[in-house]
Ligand binder design. Structure first.
Ligand code: ZN
Length: 151
């Protein structure tokens, strides 16, 4: 990982200990945490930090394009420092599992151009991106799959 100081400077953001610790914690996990979970994760490094500060820091990181905010899941916004295009699977118990980037690309590319053109004609707007979120059924597949959520 590039140094947070360098990353923040490239975005014109002031580099504070709180921002660095929140960003490091987010980059260091793949579990798509809530602000509350991140607040717990940074307690050792920032025992005095409030939940509001963690939340505001996450919003600032999101606005600066340093993390995604995923709001289409129950239980509040989730945050993800992986800014490369990738889809998620939401499990019944609320976990978000990353769909690998290559598979995300394969899924997006599998949508026929004529279908996208139809969407544009129907809505009257030009389509630039696609967001897909899968909902998992209960249980797991018979094949053991690598877990990407880091939990
Ligand atoms: Zn993700």
């Amino acid at each position: 990982m590039r140094e947070p100081r360098e990353i923040f400077a490239s975005k014109g953001l002031r580099c504070t200990k709180q921002r660095v610790e929140v960003y490091r914690a987010l980059v260091g996990c793949r579990c798509h945490p809530t602000a509350e979970q991140l607040h717990t994760m940074v307690q050792d490094a920032l025992p005095e930090v409030s939940l509001a500060t963690v939340y505001n820091t996450l919003e600032m990181l999101h606005e600066a394009g340093l993390c995604q905010r995923i709001t289409s899941v129950p239980g509040g916004a989730r945050y993800d420092a992986d800014m490369d295009d990738h889809m998620h699977v939401v499990t019944e118990d609320g976990r978000l599992i990353d769909v690998p980037h290559s598979l995300t690309r394969e899924i997006a590319e599998s949508i026929p151009a004529e279908v996208l053109a139809k969407v544009e004609r129907t809505t009257g707007v030009r389509i630039e991106g696609l967001t897909v979120q899968f909902s998992a059924a209960g249980g797991t597949t018979s094949r053991r799959v690598a877990r990407h959520d880091g939990v």
